[in-house]
Design a protein around this ligand. Structure first.
Ligand SMILES: CC(C)(COP(=O)(O)OP(=O)(O)OC[C@H]1O[C@@H](n2cnc3c(N)ncnc32)[C@H](O)[C@@H]1OP(=O)(O)O)[C@@H](O)C(=O)NCCC(=O)NCCS
Length: 221
């Protein structure tokens, strides 16, 4: 196992931090596609389309081709929307990481480093809604360094920072497809306290569910 250390973000980490974030989040496109495919209305539409084309053409080729084309287009469309979301994040807090996290009160950005390379990231910033709440964001670990406890160590760094800053809790959001992340946070002591569907037309359409987790510093030993 490689040794790693956790340290504060430096400007020279900028490019690799943004790449790690994009790579980590891009991994979810296939599982989001499967999630969308499992929605009853999607299955219904695809089945109806298949049956109608089969009945009208009396051949399997046309319905199979049409369903394949719709699936491929859907995959492209989802990928495009996901890219837009990633782009939004990269232009938001990850545009100027130093300013957002290192020069703002109550915020910080850490990286995990191994073999002189950045292999993990995490950020923390105070909640806009609750004064005594710290938000954990931008957790990502490079694929070839997963399963070594690096994300747990990064989470604990945020918890230590929150304790030192006098916060009562650390909270974070996960998506319905982030099963490994959910398990990792639960093993550190985070508890799910709310789950909701993104309140937008697209969110409702594809059942885009967000689970919020909280680490309660007051009740932690
Ligand atoms: C989620 C992520 C950060 C985990 O990083 P990691 O360094 O591999 O996590 P750890 O080694 O600290 O894992 C700790 C726990 O997570 C869970 N876990 C991690 N990977 C898992 C997997 N593939 N399957 C099941 N559980 C998993 C386990 O409970 C594990 O505890 P254990 O080793 O005691 O069983 C990493 O998979 C990642 O970067 N994913 C892409 C980006 C992302 O999803 N970020 C989270 C945004 S909320």
């Amino acid at each position: 196992m490689s040794d790693y250390k956790i340290r504060a973000y430096q400007d020279s980490d900028y490019k690799v931090v943004r790449e790690l974030f994009s790579a980590g989040m891009s991994e979810y496109v296939p599982s989001i596609c499967i999630h969308v495919l499992k929605q009853p209305w999607v299955l219904f539409v695809l089945t109806c389309m298949f049956i109608c084309l089969l009945a009208s053409s009396k051949s399997l080729i046309l319905p199979v081709l049409a369903v394949t084309l719709v699936l491929a287009l859907g995959r492209q469309l989802l990928g495009y929307f996901w890219e837009m979301y990633l782009d939004h994040c990269l232009k938001e807090d990850l545009q100027d990481i130093s300013k957002t996290y290192m020069h703002s009160n109550g915020s910080c950005f850490w990286v995990a480093e191994a073999d002189e390379s950045v292999i993990g990231t995490v950020a923390a910033k105070p909640s806009d809604e609750k004064e005594d709440e710290l938000i954990l964001k931008r957790m990502s670990v490079r694929k070839d360094f997963r399963g070594l406890g690096i994300a747990k160590a990064l989470s604990r760094e945020v918890i230590r920072f929150a304790r030192k800053g006098g916060y009562r809790s650390v909270t974070l959001n996960t998506l319905m497809v982030q099963h490994e992340a959910k398990r990792m946070y639960e093993s550190v002591g985070f508890k799910k306290y709310i789950e909701f569907i993104l309140p937008t037309v697209y969110g409702k359409l594809i059942n885009f569910t967000i689970s919020k987790y909280r680490f309660d510093l007051l009740n932690a030993e």
